[in-house]
Design a protein around this ligand. Structure first.
Ligand SMILES: [Zn+2]
Length: 405
């Protein structure tokens, strides 16, 4: 079964509007973690094509509405061009290779278009998901933050669900994202957000108690760029939270899949599809060990790694049996994780997604004095969050053209 022709045409037009990476020339890259040029093949282009075919069938048979909105990030991904998935021979880091140039990838995310109805539905699902994350963060913030209102920076807030839940927790929340549609949507929720990158935001050093990246770390062409600019924003002992698809899990499942008879493979494909791992629509996949190695160079130590799965889609978007199937598959993943503990390797091969909590152990160097914000640009509903973050330019609150859309 395929998508109806009209739907396919809509999807193609929609993809073009997002800055389609399939149209971009691809370049071979080296490992972003260790710099090695040696890699082993995890998924061939033929494997990816086969998996995308299964994913299309999965989407068409489980989702009630097959419009552009529901297909976004379920069937149509920014990183859905056909390429090889490889793992670094020296450190095991999983990545797409070749892939479009860094500038093309960044531009594609800036141009990402999201339907308003889709974002409203996703907001409710994201808020429900965020309520499961807040207690973890609160546990560490209680130990690290001596004052009453922790300041949290979220990079890539998407629909703003975590920003809202954090605000309701009494935290001062701020979001940074280059995506125009999601930033406009967040502003509609009266959230303090900036359209652009962390570098462009020019926030004051040591002005946040925690930096969290729930949605976008795997999409960054170079994770070092984000770390270089985000780390100085943390206070001494501040918290860094990174969530990423587990590359070690994907590579293990692909190895297992290759050994199984073709008739049995759909069982594994279902388990991957409900966690958005089928065809690996991400630039990079990390194990906890690799995240630990990456962040150690910036003075962090791993406090905790929480194995996790993808947030469930909104209830009314799936067929009743698709909804129950999704619950059943995720319960199976949890059962496997319960009996197959990590053996100290920090690979967590039974977990499709990983939430890693890091503590900044090094002191902040070369602090610069904070310039207080002018009263004229302080939003009345978030007076505290801007006080210490160096947000003293109108452009940080309005978009780059100087207007609130
Ligand atoms: Zn490597």
């Amino acid at each position: 079964m395929g998508l109806p022709r009209q739907r396919i045409d809509q999807s193609r037009q929609f993809a073009a509007a997002r800055g389609d990476l399939k149209q971009q020339p691809q370049v071979c890259v080296r490992c972003r973690l260790c710099g090695s040029g040696r890699s082993r093949l995890v998924c061939s282009t033929e494997d990816i094509t086969e998996q995308r075919k299964f994913l299309k069938h999965f989407y068409c048979t489980r989702w009630k509405d097959h419009g552009c909105a529901t297909a976004t990030d379920r069937l149509n991904f920014t990183q859905d061009y056909t390429t090889e998935i490889v793992a670094c021979t020296d450190c095991g880091f999983l990545y797409r290779n070749p892939h479009p140039r860094t500038e093309a990838v960044s531009s594609a995310y800036e141009m990402e278009h999201y339907d308003g109805g889709y974002l409203w539905a996703e907001l409710e699902a994201q808020r429900a998901w965020a309520r499961t994350k807040v207690p973890f963060l609160a546990k560490y913030l209680r130990k690290m933050v001596k004052r009453g209102r922790p300041r949290i920076l979220e990079i890539g807030p998407f629909a703003g669900g975590f920003l809202i839940e954090g605000r309701e927790q009494g935290w001062d929340m701020f979001g940074v994202d280059p995506g125009r549609d999601v930033i406009a949507f967040c502003r509609g929720q009266r959230l303090a957000v900036f359209e652009g990158t962390v570098e462009e935001a020019k926030l004051s050093p040591a002005s946040f108690d925690a930096v969290v990246v729930w949605n976008t770390f795997d999409q960054l062409p170079d994770p070092h760029v984000l770390l270089k600019h985000a780390v100085p924003l943390l206070r001494d002992g501040g918290l860094l939270v990174l969530r990423a698809p587990n590359g070690a899990c994907f590579e293990y499942v692909m190895g297992l899949r290759a050994l199984l008879p073709r008739v049995v493979r759909p069982l594994l494909d279902l388990g991957l599809a409900c966690n958005n791992l089928l065809a690996f629509p991400y630039l990079h996949g990390y194990s906890a060990y690799q995240l630990e190695t990456l962040t150690a160079a910036y003075g962090f130590r791993l406090l905790d790694c929480v194995p996790d799965q993808l947030a469930s889609p909104p209830f009314d978007q799936l067929s009743w049996w698709g909804w129950w199937e999704e619950r059943g598959l995720k319960s199976l993943w949890r059962a496997i994780a319960a009996v197959w503990k990590d053996n100290g390797s920090r690979q967590y091969r039974s977990a499709p997604w990983l939430d890693c909590y890091f503590e900044r152990a090094c002191a902040v160097e070369n602090r610069v004095p904070t310039t207080k914000i002018g009263l004229g640009v302080v939003p009345v509903y978030s007076p505290v969050v801007f006080e210490d973050t160096g947000i003293n330019r109108p452009s940080i609150w309005w978009d780059r053209e100087g207007g609130l859309r």
